[in-house]
Design a protein around this ligand. Structure first.
Ligand SMILES: Nc1nc2c(ncn2[C@@H]2O[C@H](COP(=O)(O)OP(=O)(O)OP(=O)(O)O)[C@@H](O)[C@H]2O)c(=O)[nH]1
Ligand SMILES: [Mg+2]
Length: 404
């Protein structure tokens, strides 16, 4: 039977997901290495894939900073326009840096395709992934706040489309009206969030005096996978960015020791500022944790950069002083990528020990190397974490020998 005969949910879903094809555009500044930029653009491509678009071509240009009007130089813009004209299936151009309203409408006029910047793309993915009222409200708030300062530039474009002359007066007025609508909406969303936050706060208080452990880290490093392994739960994990948006908290009991384990949204480079702001309440779980498990994808070539991004974000949240265990995950993938068949087992073990040693010097935290999917070295992770939790309980309840 052909697909056209399928009715109901499945068919509808298929129709909604008509394949979009895109190009990516990035500017390389002087102090960035080419390989670094290519990896950043790989990440942008991964974001595009997560949002459902297939990347046709990547354009880069070396310049000190993006052009205020055209983003890339005029020659490069011509090249991009030519490409888009020759490839009719391309309907979307994604830019690696944030665009002003003006740049956005100018580029749209020249390239005649949908223009999306990095923040908009991330916000779009977040909007699609948001499940709870809290996440939905947070994303909408961030979207509105992102839009507000860009409104004028976007409007100029609309005015021109309508003929311009004679439109300036009403146009201005409409910008003001739109601004007011957006400001009102922002105020409303903030109020709604406050209410949700209060409920969440009460919930957190009701959880009593258990030690709280949070999984933090860059997106797609395996936080949810580890959450499932450690708490035997069923949290959504997927090889896409931002699989998790809402915080999940589970009570875990090891032997007789109870604690709370939470999994939360992953971090990423250049995470839109408004998004961090509006996700602050979701991230309260991190801020109020006693122990952080900082998960790192050791097989990712940019893992050092990822660690820095996570540390900076934790710093912004005021959670950088927390007791931390660094968990280097995906060692199986690391071996697959970097070890050749001729290495004997002993050498492999030695290399992994050296890496671990290097990390211990580089970061002032204890660490373990594991594979969450292959369940490798989980005993060491568990016993190290358990000891850390016991220590926290002892600090909190110094006069009790065993509080659980
Ligand atoms: N090879 C390998 N893959 C892993 C390992 N741990 C997780 N993965 C895979 O990595 C992908 C991302 O895992 P998630 O658990 O969704 O990652 P996350 O950190 O929760 O991601 P976000 O919620 O998107 O921030 C999935 O496809 C997992 O199967 C591991 O130890 N080895
Ligand atoms: Mg996750």
């Amino acid at each position: 039977m052909s697909d056209a005969w399928k009715v109901g949910k499945e068919a509808k879903k298929g129709l909604a997901m008509t394949q979009e094809y895109c190009i990516l555009v990035g500017v390389i500044s002087k102090d960035e290495l080419d390989v670094q930029v290519m990896e950043h653009l790989d990440e942008l491509e991964f974001l595009a894939t997560t949002a459902g678009a297939v990347t046709r071509k990547v354009f880069t240009q070396k310049m000190p900073h993006p052009n205020v009007k055209t983003f890339v130089g005029t020659g490069k813009l011509e090249e991009i326009r030519d490409y888009i004209e020759r490839n009719e299936d391309v309907t979307l151009a994604i830019f690696d840096d944030d665009l002003t309203g003006k740049q956005n409408s100018f580029l749209e006029e020249i390239l005649k395709v949908k223009i999306v910047d990095r923040s908009t793309l991330i916000l779009d993915i977040f909007a699609e992934r948001a499940q709870t009222a809290q996440a939905k409200t947070q994303v909408e708030l961030a979207q509105m706040q992102y839009l507000l300062p860009r409104l004028r530039g976007l409007w100029t474009h609309l005015e021109r489309q309508r003929g311009g002359i004679g439109m300036r007066g009403p146009g201005e007025m409409e910008i003001e009206t739109d601004r007011r609508i957006i400001r009102d909406k922002i105020a409303l969303l903030k109020k709604r969030l406050e209410k949700i936050d209060q409920q969440a706060q009460t919930q957190r208080k009701n959880r009593g005096e258990l030690i709280r452990v949070s999984l933090v880290g860059y997106t797609n490093v395996g936080k949810s996978t580890l959450m499932n392994v450690l708490s035997k739960s069923d949290v959504f994990a997927e090889d896409k960015l931002f699989a998790t948006l809402d915080t999940t908290v589970r009570k875990v009991v090891w032997d007789t020791m109870p604690f709370l384990l939470s999994d939360t949204v992953g971090f990423i480079r250049k995470l839109p500022h408004h998004l961090i702001e509006s996700f602050k309440s979701t991230l309260d779980e991190v801020r109020e944790s006693d122990i952080l498990l900082h998960i790192v994808d050791i097989a990712h070539p940019q893992h050092d950069d990822h660690i820095k991004t996570v540390q900076n974000t934790l710093n912004d949240l005021g959670a950088s002083d927390r007791t931390t265990l660094m968990v280097f995950n995906k060692v199986d993938l690391y071996r697959e990528k970097y070890f050749d068949d001729y290495l004997d087992k002993g050498t492999k073990v030695e290399i992994m020990e050296e890496i671990r040693e290097k990390f211990s010097h580089q970061y002032n935290f204890p660490n373990v190397l594991i594979s969450a999917t292959e369940r490798e070295n989980l005993d060491e992770l568990k016993s190290t974490l358990k000891q850390m939790i016991v220590n926290e309980y002892e600090v909190r309840y110094p006069f009790q020998t065993k509080i659980w």
